[in-house]
Design a protein. Structure first.
Lengths: 351, 191, 152
């Protein structure tokens, strides 16, 4: 397997609604920064791949316009996934593994503010049995939280503790949307938003985006002092028949973790794409993380959750810490669909 | 499904690739089994166009067609999304283009769609406004279809002044004007 | 560029898709059953009854073929409370969203439960199907579930 590394990461500041900009105006500074900060241009990039969802914009092929922000001239080799950018990164990683490119630009973004996101996300569900009921994403996540509570795999205080820890950590993240948290007692005193979930258990709705540059080993050495090498990356999916699953588990995470070699070395830092508090417990358990691992120093998706971007952000946040010398080896997790249905695990390491 | 129903052709897959296995069910009576369903999905969004399209729409409200260009490239893009798409750099200057333009391509539409489509057949065209690098999309009327040609000079037809809004619908259609055709060579690369 | 004056422009953007779908013989049989106020499940490779039925085993991917009739009453296996009702949901007042394992099935169905409040609902509660007065072969032929008196 070829060595491929993350050499540059840029993000926007996440906000509830970026109503004065369109997606092109929103993502261009992020792409520009990712390239400028390592002194490269699009002509140095062999492959470009983006991740986004047309259902956020309410427009078919909405992602095509963001190529205006890339400067796709002369014509570039380019692709897109209607998924979180973590999967766009996976495609770019494959392109480099296959020898079709030496470098890649990966970007993803969300402008969910125009729509009613919890309603829009019901379109991801089984079209015969679930989608016609238009369940909102929060109530659906609540079913999984209830299963965790009923089986005593978590309690409400622990959920509040996860919310508190993540949002307090976000104080150190200049991009985060929610920085800081009320005390755990104050959180638990709030009414339910969607019993058993309270407002603090659910992620914010965020507009914003992220861009990452990948390079094979030789280019990586030119473009970064301490590239973050991808040592393992794998993604798996569980059944979309949620009623036939044990919702307190996500076997696809365990499988992806094994294939990505999470436990081939020590883990200094983990960034988990668990948008709901109870899900952080599930993800950490399936990854087999010990209590000593620092989870989500960025604040995670509970502090900023741009749909289609938050997973790629997790990879970026781990890469940043490795590139800064603050960590040697870390794991990033990304999820797609409701209830942790599809999961990607990426192991990164500095040299 | 009754046994007779199992003989009904449900799948048209070529033989040898995959066979639909026979499904056994309790007797559901003689009525027609459900084979299709209709599940409409509708969602409403509150759309904000962003800064550059807003400038374009405000220009249209004043019967102006405004394009934009970046500082480093003279090409004027209309309508603008705020970037020069060949560079990926923000636009920094507004340039009024047109209102006259040239047909850079067209097609004759025989199947209209949408409640506002003109009677068929009608001409849809790409119109390159004077001064712009790329063409606008519009409907061409007030001309016999067989006379429409690439290079033909046209002008926009606006709604009455009291109906102007921040909308592309301010231009109801384009129509020919009496000016010599532009040679097709000059239109290459401007679609 | 100068700051644009006059505030943000905003316009409603509606997308609407008709979505005509074919059902195939398994989902079709299930929906035919619903239209007749009957519920079918399907046996998976382990002999468990999956309801709503699927064409392929959720664990192994093998095609499944044996459909069986199951009950119209069941047990709540998980629930959450929908306080903010949205368009298209089965009920137009606050209700529970729940997974319900019908008697005779080994997996759960997703649907709404009509209840007066979250205090009236719990995992393990007994519920029964409330059929829609007009049925056309859709999951919404089940209008919702209602609590059977004497919840567990």
């Amino acid at each position: 397997m070829k060595d491929v590394a993350v050499v540059s990461v840029a993000q926007s500041d996440y906000v509830r609604a970026l109503s004065h900009l369109n997606e092109v105006e929103m993502i261009q500074p992020v792409i520009r920064q990712a390239l400028d900060q390592i002194g490269v241009g699009i002509s140095d990039i062999g492959f470009t791949c983006s991740g986004s969802s047309d259902y956020l914009a309410g427009q078919a092929f909405s992602f095509v316009m963001t190529l205006d922000a890339v400067g796709a001239w002369p014509p570039i080799m380019e692709s897109h996934v209607e998924m979180d950018g973590a999967w766009a990164l996976y495609e770019a990683w494959l392109k480099i593994q296959a020898g079709h490119a030496e470098t890649a630009l990966v970007y993803s973004y969300s402008k969910a503010s125009p729509g009613d996101l919890p309603r829009v996300l019901s379109r991801q569900l089984d079209p015969y049995y679930y989608a016609p009921l238009w369940p909102d994403s929060v109530a659906l996540a609540g079913l999984q939280a209830r299963a965790m509570l009923d089986e005593h795999k978590i309690d409400e205080a622990e959920m509040a503790g996860i919310a508190h820890r993540n949002r307090e950590a976000a104080r150190a993240n200049p991009h985060a949307q929610i920085k800081g948290s009320a005390t755990i007692d104050e959180l638990l005193a709030e009414d339910y938003l969607s019993d058993p979930l309270r407002l603090h258990d659910v992620p914010p709705i965020s507009d914003g985006g992220v861009a990452v540059v990948l390079a094979s080993a030789e280019k990586a050495a030119e473009w970064a002092d301490r590239p973050a090498f991808i040592r393992g990356i794998d993604h798996r999916v569980d059944s979309h028949s949620f009623g036939a699953r044990d919702l307190t588990r996500a076997p696809s995470i365990a499988t992806a973790a094994e294939k990505a070699g999470v436990h081939d070395g020590k883990i200094d830092v983990a960034e988990l794409h668990a948008p709901f508090t109870h899900q952080e417990k599930i993800v950490a358990t399936e990854l087999g993380l010990g209590d000593d691992v620092v989870i989500n120093p960025s604040g995670g998706p509970l502090a900023a959750n741009a749909m289609m971007a938050a997973g790629l952000v997790r990879i970026g946040e781990v890469a940043n810490r490795i590139m800064a010398g603050e960590a040697d080896r870390g794991v990033a997790h990304a999820t797609s669909g409701h209830l942790l249905q599809q999961n990607l695990v990426c192991v990164l390491e500095g040299n | 499904m009754s046994p007779a129903d199992n003989d009904r052709v449900i799948s048209t897959m070529p033989t040898g690739l995959w066979e639909q296995p026979a499904i056994s069910t309790p007797d559901l009576g003689d009525e027609e089994p459900v084979q299709r369903l209709r599940l409409p999905a509708s969602m409403v969004y509150r759309y904000n166009p962003g800064q550059a399209p807003t400038r374009y729409l405000r220009g249209l409200a004043q019967k102006k067609i405004l394009g934009e260009r970046s500082a480093s490239n003279p090409d004027v893009y209309v309508p603008s999304r705020g970037m020069n798409p060949t560079e990926g750099t923000p636009t920094s200057e507004q340039v009024e283009v047109g209102p006259k333009g040239t047909i850079s391509s067209f097609c004759v539409v025989h199947i209209g769609f949408g409640v506002n489509a003109p009677p068929t057949p009608f001409v849809s065209a790409l119109i390159l406004p004077d001064g712009a690098a790329v063409s606008l999309y519009g409907t061409l009327l007030e001309v016999p279809i067989e006379e429409v040609r690439i290079g033909m000079r046209v002008e926009p037809v606006w709604v009455p002044d009291d109906q102007l809004t921040t909308s592309s619908e301010n231009i109801t259609h384009w129509r020919p004007i009496d000016e010599p055709d532009v040679p097709a060579e000059q239109l290459k690369g401007h679609m | 560029m100068s700051d644009e004056q006059g505030g943000l422009l905003e316009a409603p953007l509606a997308i609407e898709y008709p979505f005509n779908r074919t059902t195939g013989p398994v989902i079709g049989a299930f929906l035919t059953g619903l239209r007749n106020e009957r519920v079918l499940g399907i046996r998976d490779t382990q002999g468990r009854v999956v309801c709503p039925p699927v064409e392929y085993d959720p664990q192994t991917g093998e095609p499944l073929t044996e459909m069986v009739e199951i009950g119209t009453e069941g047990t709540i296996t998980s629930w959450s409370w929908v306080a903010n009702v949205r368009e298209g949901q089965p009920l137009d007042r606050p209700h529970a969203l729940a997974f319900i394992r019908l008697d005779g099935a080994d997996t759960s169905m997703l649907h709404a439960v009509d209840a007066s409040g979250p205090d009236a609902v719990n995992t393990g509660a007994r519920v029964r199907i409330r059929w829609a007065p007009e049925r056309e072969g859709l999951i919404t032929d089940i209008a919702c579930f209602e609590l059977v008196g004497g919840a567990a």
